[in-house]
Every structure is written in C-alpha cells, then in structure tokens.
Design a protein around this ligand. Sequence first.
Ligand code: A3P
Length: 276
Amino acid sequence: VSHEERGGGVNRVHLVQQLPHAIIIGVRKGGTRALLEMLDLHPTVVTASQEVHFFDNDENYGKGFAWYRSRMPHSLINHVTIEKSPAYFTTEKVPERIFGMNASVKLLVIVREPVTRAVSDYAQVLEGKLRKNKTYPSFESLAIDSTTDRVNTKYKAVSTSIYTKHLERWLHFFPAQQIHLVDGDLLISDPLPELQMVERFLNLPPCIGRDHLYFNSTRGFYCLRSGQHRGTRCLAGSKGRRHPSVHPAVLHTLRLFFHPYNQKLYQITGRTFSWQ
Ligand code: A3P
C-alpha cells in the first residue's frame, strides 16, 4: 500500500502485485519484446520488465506462485499484468503448468515468417559466440543435414519455427479462443492494427493510438512515445540485428519445408499469414 499526497489531502492508492492475466509465451525472435513494450503503452497494462522464466525453469518453478507473483510489477487491482518469457512456447511441460496456475489466463504468441525467424535466431546465437571469441558453424550447415541434404529438424532454430507442432501441445490444455496470434511481420511494418487486435482480445478499452508510435528511419523500426511528456524510446540495439546472408538454395529448401506446417497453422488458428 502506498500513499499519495495531493493538495493537502491524502489519497490512498492500493498497489498490488498480481499473477499475470496474460502471458506472451513466444515465439523467440518473433518480436516478443516489441509486443510487450508496445502493450505497456496502454494505461491499464503493467508489464514485468525482465523475462521471469518461471514455468520453464524447474528451480524457479520450485519457488512457487508466491515467488512468481513477487516478480510482477506493482499495479492497481483492476490493471492487467503481462509477462513474457519466449522459452515457454517450446518447453514441453509449460502448458500444463500454466493451466495449473490459471486455466483462463490469456496467451499471446507472436509469430514471424518461419525462415526469417530461424535466421534471426541463428544471428542471436552467433553474436553471443563471437562476443566470446568462439567460432560457430554457418547457418547453412546447421539447417541442412549434409549427409541426407534434408532439413535438419533437430536444429533448434528450425524446430522452433514449426509453430503448429508446439501450438498443438498448448491446445491440449487451452481452447483456441484463449490463444491469440500476433503477426510479427506486421508488428514491424504497421504495428497499430496488431496492437488494437490485442486490446480487443484482452478486453481492454482502445487506448493505444497513432501518437504512441512513430517510425524512426534511422533505426528502421517503429519507436515508442509515452508518458506525460511524450518522451521517445526505441528498443535496444540488439533488436533489429543484421542477418547473415544465407544461400538462396537453402532459403528455398527451408521455405518448401515449412510450407505444409504453415498451412496447418492457418487451418488451426483461422488466421492466414502472408508467408510464401
Ligand atoms: P531481428 O533482430 O531479427 O530483426 P524478440 O524480442 O522476440 O527477440 O524479437 C526480436 C525481433 O523483434 C527483431 O528481430 C525485430 O525485427 C523485431 N521487432 C519488431 N518490432 C520492433 C521494433 N519496433 N523495434 C525493434 N525490433 C522490432
């Protein structure tokens, strides 16, 4: 409980920490940070700034829901709390654990064209290796099995992009209406309509508007305008990395590989994405 003094009188503002009402469960490199930060523009949304990794990390999970709640931001009781931990989407035991916390929690998944997402995933890992002065194989050699010349589905950057495979596990626990898919490519090129769809999904009053976002041509991305003084803020430089160039034949093989999974995703979710 905190006290806020105004004009001599005392207004008591009851602040609480609440378990999340909505969770951005993934997908890694789909634009999860941008989505979280943009939803935070909404006046009745509060977000956990760090990835909490409660459900995918056994040690954290063992600390219990009171610990999880203590990681959440302070808010008013009627505010909506959101956290994001992209590892949730692909970690097998997570759907059941989240269901055990709250069977009616709302789930957000931001997806991106699967080949681009895989390359982005590779680019992030590569950067980490290079920073430690380590060498790392090429994307092509990881994504394609050289003995069979087929796509290597054991490579995590590939398997994470098989969205249906993971989504099906979630659908064993949660009805489709409780899982909202955000188009990560559209969140890059024209974020507002995507954000307005999320507002509707979360039953929030429509508050995020054109003046909250502006295109920063230096960054090549939308940046945020928020607060009383409408201060501006872009995402960290690690968001929007340069991708390595990948051999066109490998890109083509991967696109063909993902095609049937993409079709299945459109069928399951009722949402079509403009992926080749
Ligand atoms: P790239 O680095 O491949 O361009 P995540 O937060 O899940 O790791 O996703 C990172 C991706 O978010 C970036 O991938 C970037 O393309 C995307 N993104 C979407 N909107 C963005 C924005 N407004 N600013 C920076 N990156 C954004």
